[in-house]
Design a binder for this molecule. Structure first.
Ligand SMILES: Cc1ncc(COP(=O)(O)O)c(C=O)c1O
Length: 402
């Protein structure tokens, strides 16, 4: 271990940390001492209303979802102790993947320990030199990094970014590229299904039409849409009355509506999913999803299919929260998603507002740079089907006191 006083690394690290503290941007992590729910018990603060989790359907602590994990722990033990292709594929993985594929209307699915991993598997594995990936500028960081990684691994792979939800810009990029690409080059258009910091949606039917016109494949990361949008919670495509087959590739997470533990997946054509199994680096070099999580996530989908009214409750709660926040004078973007960002501008301001809300017993996180661009810091309110009207009224009362 180098001498902390002398080595330049430590001085550099301390300089960044003290800048973050000086400018009010330093985050302190809250410790939760009980299960995730509409309220959570925070260390030193007691029971607080939770409006910042991705527990959209209230399934993170659902008795059947918890029990499925416990049963899995007893039947399959604590760990896989292997990557999937060596000796890490357990029957619950296959059952969950079949369930995910049929839930989304895709041919096949494959799971990872996170959606971050799924995005880092998809682009570097399936894209080839000469291809072009075009990504919405507000896509999630895991897409951005997955695409960056792909261009490093596959030299000669082209990438471009189109302005957020701007189809004229996308079209112009495609027109420009058309002449330069080889005949067998594949064009990949990539979008979030729900933009995680804005809570807005892409115009998926419009993107599909453009992809068809240019022979491009459409990749949708629906991490915040799965379980939230559409009559039965299939996601953003269902919201737009599109079948799952209209999306070439889905990526998604098990860490939000579908039980909320962790894990991600790719769903799409069977051959492409097999290529991910054969060649994906996170597939070949990283451990399998814990079996307990696979069982809990499969149970979460079962509960969602049995109780689609949870999606309607979430929708009603979200509409009520948006309306109540607006009536209280806050500027909330209109959208059917469960993410309600309130832009406050400065990162330090967002952090201090979220600190004040905590004093009032309401847990809402302020997001600033580098999670969102400088000057666009926000409080991100997230609604759950588990919230009651009283919870939402209490949130709005606390917001009014800011
Ligand atoms: C759109 C999107 N993709 C991917 C992820 C990463 O998911 P995971 O936590 O499973 O890695 C997130 C999580 O915030 C997300 O919002």
């Amino acid at each position: 271990m180098p001498d902390a006083a002398a080595h330049p690394f430590f001085a550099r690290t301390e300089a960044v940390l003290s800048m973050l503290r000086r400018t009010g941007q330093h985050k302190s992590l809250q410790t939760i001492e009980g299960p995730m729910g509409p309220t959570v018990r925070l260390a030193g603060l007691g029971e607080c209303l939770c409006f910042c989790s991705n527990n959209y359907l209230g399934l993170a602590n659902h008795p059947e979802v918890v029990e499925a994990g416990i049963k899995g722990l007893r039947e399959f033990g604590a760990g896989t102790a292997s990557v999937r292709f060596i000796c890490g594929t357990f029957s619950p993985h296959l059952a969950l993947e079949a369930r995910l594929a049929s839930f989304l209307g895709a041919e096949a699915a494959y799971t990872f320990v996170s959606c971050w991993n799924a995005n880092e598997a998809l682009f570097p594995t399936l894209c080839e030199p000469g291809d072009l990936i075009i990504s919405d500028e507000l896509n999630h960081a895991s897409i951005i990094d997955g695409v960056r990684l792909a261009t490093v691994i596959k030299k000669g792979l082209n990438k471009a970014v189109f302005k957020h939800n701007d189809h004229a810009d996308l079209r112009a990029t495609l027109e420009r590229a058309r002449g330069d690409l080889a005949k067998d080059a594949v064009i990949w258009v990539v979008t979030d299904g729900v933009f995680s910091m804005e809570g807005d949606l892409p115009d998926l039917p419009g993107l599909r039409a453009i992809c068809d016109e240019f022979g491009a494949l459409l990749v949708v990361d629906d991490s915040h849409g799965t379980g939230v949008l559409g009559a039965t919670g299939r996601g953003t495509h269902e919201h737009f009355a599109m079948p799952g087959s209209a999306i070439d590739f889905f990526t998604g997470t098990l860490g939000k509506a579908l039980g909320g533990a962790a894990g991600g997946f790719i769903a799409g054509p069977a051959g492409a999913v097999d290529l991910i199994v054969q060649r994906g680096r996170p597939t070949l070099f990283s451990n399998a999803l814990p079996v307990t999580v696979a069982l809990s996530a499969a149970k979460a989908i079962e509960v969602l299919d049995r109780e689609p009214q949870r999606v309607q409750t979430l929708r009603d709660n979200t509409a009520y929260a948006r309306q109540s926040l607006k009536t209280a004078g806050f500027d909330v973007v209109d959208s059917p998603t469960a993410i309600c960002p309130i832009i406050v501008g400065d990162t330090a301001r967002a952090i201090s507002m979220s600190r004040r809300l905590l004093e009032l017993g309401v847990f809402v996180i302020g997001f600033g740079y580098p999670v969102v661009p400088e000057g666009q810091a926000r409080l991100r309110v997230q609604i759950s089907a588990a919230h009651t009207r009283e919870h939402i009224d209490a949130l709005v009362d606390a917001m009014k006191k800011l």
